[in-house]
Design a binder for this molecule. Structure first.
Ligand code: SAM
Ligand code: SF4
Length: 330
């Protein structure tokens, strides 16, 4: 569906559950503090909503996220069901921990790509940042995904004093495996938003283990990367959220939510595990479409609700929000 700013909103990001086996310091305030909703959609309801969004709102690409999507037991069936709807562009965003077990099964079901979150290539620092899991197993997960024939990218959230000294080591690793990294500027979401928001409407103080001033800008990231690699900007796809750079060893990208916001070209809609549409990460309003699962003629109402949700999108700046990333999926 085309919005009033000319954006073709054709990508759907589905959070299939808030539960997670990690507790990354930028995502949740305390270990295990994922807000798990009791009224999650089951596999068939979720698939039905994706079908409706394809048929009536023009969704063409689906990314499954969470929480940790690999904890969702019927994930292979969900992927297969989405593929059978005629959607071939299916991706997953995962912490990678369960990929050694599931990569081949998910590929067989129709999965095309995976973005693995990897914030450190130092085993101790990895554990400190994720507050669970271990680096070895995640690297095995990446190998399993590559072996299964999945397209792999790495996502790294960059934080001052936590992992900003590791950018080039992460690139060394990624280039050695011919994988592209996307470095993400830290976003003021959930606990970080509460902690940093003195001017906004939310006065509650969050307990995030890190603070918004640990933000590292794209400019600073490039200065650090330039110490080891020579790079040039290259053209990304028109609706890409990343700015891309080429080095003699491979490419990398930066998702500069704050210093170069991509709102003007954002083509994403989000669906939560409880069946709500979220048009914009900067706007915590959710619009429920769950009741349409059993509707006899849902087309018009779905289009109207989708349009309302698109209207919540900003056209220029990302401001952060109280939405928790492990609920909304990134
Ligand atoms: N559990 C999966 C994972 O970690 O890849 C999927 C869900 S996670 C919420 C999706 C993405 O959001 C991850 O790449 C994660 O690094 C990113 N993310 C979470 N909190 C963030 C924050 N405050 N700023 C920037 N990125 C964040
Ligand atoms: Fe879990 Fe992903 Fe959040 Fe880390 S970023 S706590 S892996 S949902």
């Amino acid at each position: 569906m085309i919005d009033t700013h000319g954006r073709n909103i054709n990508k759907l990001r589905v959070s299939i559950g808030e539960a997670c086996n990690f507790s990354c310091i930028y995502c949740v305030d305390q270990i295990g503090a994922h807000q798990v909703e009791p009224h999650h959609l089951k596999f068939d309801g979720m698939l039905k909503l994706i079908e409706l969004l394809k048929t009536h709102a023009g969704i063409e690409k689906v990314r499954l996220t969470g929480g940790e999507p690999l904890l969702f037991r019927p994930l292979p069936q969900l992927i297969q069901g989405i593929a059978e709807l005629g959607i071939s562009n299916i991706g997953v965003t995962s912490n990678g921990y369960l990929f050694p077990k599931l990569a081949a099964v998910l590929k067989e079901a129709g999965l095309k790509s995976v973005n693995v979150s990897l914030d450190s290539v130092d085993p101790k620092n990895f554990r400190r940042l994720a507050r669970a899991g271990n680096l070895k197993r995640v690297l095995e997960g990446i190998e399993s995904a590559l072996l299964a024939g999945l397209k792999v990218k790495i996502n790294t959230v960059v934080m001052r004093g936590e992992n900003d000294h590791e950018l080039n080591n992460i690139l060394d690793y990624a280039f050695s495996r011919e994988i592209e990294v996307r470095f993400l500027e830290l976003m003021k979401m959930g606990p970080l938003f509460k902690k940093g928001n003195t001017a906004g409407t939310c006065s509650e103080k969050g307990n995030s283990p890190i603070t918004p001033d640990q933000f590292v800008s794209m400019k600073e990231m490039l200065a650090e990367i330039g110490r080891r690699y020579s790079y040039n900007p290259i053209q990304a796809e028109h609706d890409s959220t990343a700015l891309l750079f080429q080095t003699p060893q491979g490419n990398f990208g930066i998702i500069a939510n704050e210093s170069a916001p991509f709102c003007a070209s954002c083509s994403r809609m989000r669906l939560t595990a409880t069946g709500n549409l979220v048009g914009c990460l900067s706007n915590p309003q959710e619009i429920s479409i769950r009741h349409l699962i059993n509707a006899s003629d849902p087309g018009k109402e779905l289009q109207s609700l989708f349009t309302q949700s698109i209207a919540q999108k900003r056209d220029s700046t990302f401001t952060g929000s109280s939405l928790v990333m492990s609920s909304i999926g990134g």
